[in-house]
Design a protein around this ligand. Structure first.
Ligand code: GLA
Ligand code: ZN
Length: 671
């Protein structure tokens, strides 16, 4: 395990947990003498010390071309300074004024079917458009120049939830440039994309077009390249947006709010250009015992976001109550708001922020949960719950910057997901890469073992277990790195559908799992896909577990068989193998199994690898413990994700946890 230490606070001038969130004073500009002032009073009452402003404020900042209006923002900045609020300031590129689309139609996004959008909504601009880049850079420069010296400016919130893609002629041209750089020659591109298939060979760069439902979707190399290109577009656009921010305010950290495992952008790549990672957390809490599954998924997403930069992150948005766009806009059960907020901190967040502070009066988000409701006072249940969170966060100041000690790395890789979901084989609609990874994650979560979620390009030093379920694509160098990891004493876990293709999505020709054959000591000859109600069995240690979806047929080539299939023509063949290599070992789980198998399997690994756990106790189902540490003091968050009371047996006696309770304790026990 890596040595724990304390990172500097995200915003140097604000060394405490930031509590607050999205605030749209421009929607209340006519009531600024009353509503704005009342908002400051209410915010302080709720223990709020930060507000994020300017998100989607472009039409108020620049109502017509070149006609800038900052006076209202100056006033708001004064008000926030008087009230000791840290300002998270957004650049407004997430949505643009109508004049901009009207005058420069090239900024309107083009869909995959090559139809151009009308003006409206948000997140619908072209990322290549020189006009959009110029207009964005201009307004960002004015914001930065004007507010750089304000002491309350804490963090830049660049745009909003970068996502989608544009297929306009400008983007096609940039795509071709990207491909020229990556492949050098058309011959190399044709070879990498296997274009002799269905006569898809390109003879001129200009023939290459982005994938489209009315055109090309069957060239997997093209599809994959387009995803990679789209990520690079966001990286490039972000750099365009931040250049003026860095010029005028070099010490203010920049971020953009991410969306968990949003499939359209490789966040490990985008994170390279962020100063701090941040994300928007909208769980579908049920208020029932199903929340254990919801909670473990949210923990996974926090760990993923933290691992992007390997340091404390921001929970930039979360709803303090119902989330209007969810199919069932369920109210948070009392206590769940605190649980959701402290869960983020437990996993390394140094901010608890909401969408939104004050509920808007009209338009599409008027019924989205907010700290202050339409009724406008502090006398609501939600307000009280937020204020309680404010109090608890104030007591946690010493946690800011602390480290999350993980000796387990779980691999989640966007490139693998893109290729796998495009694979056209196995069980097309049930590949379920993300949920499969989360099932493995949950087996650690329930033991209170912290996990870093990294992609397959990240360093492996310091981990005792690396688990990489469904690593369909092997990116260059991974097999060599994992082999070295195992030889030096690490434990590696792989599963069905691993090592099928290389980084160009071309199959390995000398047997699966390709370059991992030696490390795992196996050869996977065939894979059986099961119909929805079909099952097989994995027989391990005298127990029988259900297998479904995928059963891979494996031959040991140096590995030992630990479990076998219970039926069908491959009954008795290996379903779990171990290969000893150097000082370490490599396991292969051949089938998709019920959770109980993963729980038992990883519990035995955690025990034998002496994996660090937050609490040295048996945690009841639905409870996890997570830890933050500065190397001296360990803060342990014990969280009950169920509507039932739970008891934990500790050396010091029995600890009772109420439904949804979070118990925070200092630890010195070396688990
Ligand atoms: C996203 C956006 C916000 C808001 C919320 C509502 O996360 O970033 O502007 O629309 O959703 O849940
Ligand atoms: Zn475009």
């Amino acid at each position: 395990m890596k040595q724990a230490f304390r990172h500097p606070p995200i915003a140097a001038k604000f060394p405490y947990i930031l509590h607050g969130g999205d605030y749209n004073p421009e929607q209340w500009i006519k009531w600024k003498d009353t509503v704005w002032k009342e908002d400051m009073r209410l915010a302080k009452l709720a223990g709020i010390n930060t507000l994020s402003i300017g998100i989607f404020a472009w039409s108020t900042l620049e109502p017509s071309e070149g006609d800038y209006h900052f006076e209202w923002l100056d006033e708001m900045m004064d008000l926030m300074a008087e009230n000791d609020m840290a300002v998270v300031m957004a650049t407004p590129s997430g949505a643009r004024p109508a004049w901009l689309s009207q005058k420069y139609p090239e900024v309107l996004r083009v869909n995959a079917d090559r139809t151009r959008n009308l003006h409206g909504g948000r997140h619908n601009h072209c990322l290549s458009s020189p006009v959009y880049r110029e207009k964005t850079a201009q307004i960002n420069a004015r914001l930065a120049e004007r507010y750089a010296k304000r002491p309350s400016l804490a963090i830049w919130h660049v745009s909003n939830e970068y996502g989608g893609e544009c297929h306009c002629p400008l983007c096609q041209e940039r795509f071709r440039e990207f491909l020229r750089k990556r492949y050098g020659t058309l011959d190399a591109l044709n070879a990498a994309w296997w274009t002799a298939f269905w006569s898809h060979t390109y003879t001129d760069w200009s023939q290459i077009e982005s994938p489209s439902p009315t055109g090309e979707t069957s060239t997997h190399g093209l599809n994959l390249s387009w995803k990679r290109f789209t990520t690079e577009q966001f990286v490039d656009f972000y750099l365009c947006e931040t250049a003026p921010l860095k010029k005028f305010a070099p010490s203010i950290p920049c971020t953009t709010n991410l969306m968990g495992t949003y499939p359209g952008v490789d966040y490990f790549r985008l994170a390279e250009v962020l100063d701090v990672a941040s994300w928007d957390n909208y769980p579908h809490w049920r208020g029932t015992d199903e929340d254990t599954a919801v909670g473990s998924r949210v923990s996974f997403l926090h760990d993923l976001t933290r691992s992007l930069k390997g340091k404390p992150f921001m929970m930039m948005e979360s709803s303090p109550s119902a989330t209007n766009w969810q199919p069932v806009a369920k109210l948070r059960r009392p206590g769940v708001h605190a649980l959701q907020s402290l869960q983020a901190v437990a996993h390394g967040a140094d901010t608890v922020q909401y969408f939104q502070f004050r509920k808007g009066r009209g338009a599409a988000e008027k019924f989205h949960g907010a700290v202050v409701d339409h009724e406008g006072t502090e006398y609501t249940r939600v307000f009280h719950e937020v204020a309680d969170v404010g109090k608890r966060l104030k007591d946690l100041e010493q946690i800011v910057g602390t480290f999350t000690p993980a000796s387990v790395a779980l691999i989640y890789d966007w490139n693998v997901r893109w290729a796998l979901e495009d694979a056209k084989g196995f069980l097309q609609s049930k590949t379920n890469y993300e949920s499969a990874i989360i099932n493995h994650y949950r087996a650690f979560w329930r033991l209170g073992a912290s996990v870093d979620v990294i992609d397959s390009t990240r360093p492996l030093d310091g981990y005792s277990i690396v688990s990489a379920p469904m690593l369909y694509m092997l990116r260059p160098g991974f097999a060599e790195r994992i082999t070295a990891f195992v030889e030096s004493g690490g434990t590696f876990v792989a599963s069905y559908i691993t090592g099928y293709v290389d980084e160009n999505d071309l199959c390995f020709l000398d047997g699966f799992p390709g370059p991992l054959k030696d490390a795992l000591g196996i050869w996977c000859e065939e894979i059986d896909a099961l119909y929805p109600n079909e099952t097989n069995m994995v027989v391990w240690n005298g127990k029988t577990y259900k297998a479904f979806d995928f059963c891979e047929i494996v031959h040991c080539r140096g590995a030992k068989r630990l479990a076998t299939y219970g039926k069908d023509f491959y009954a008795g063949q290996p379903a779990l193998t171990i290969n000893h290599r150097g000082k370490g070992k490599a396991y292969f789980i051949a089938a998709r199994t019920e959770q109980a198998f993963l729980n038992d399997f990883y519990a035995s690994l955690v025990k034998e690898s002496r994996v660090h756990r937050a609490l040295d106790a048996n945690l009841p189902e639905g409870v996890t413990a997570q830890e933050r540490s500065d190397g001296k003091t360990r803060s342990i968050f014990v969280m009950n994700f169920t509507p039932f009371p739970k008891n934990i047996i500790l050396d010091s006696g029995k600890k009772y946890l109420a439904p949804w309770e979070v118990w925070i304790t200092q630890g010195n026990n070396e688990a």
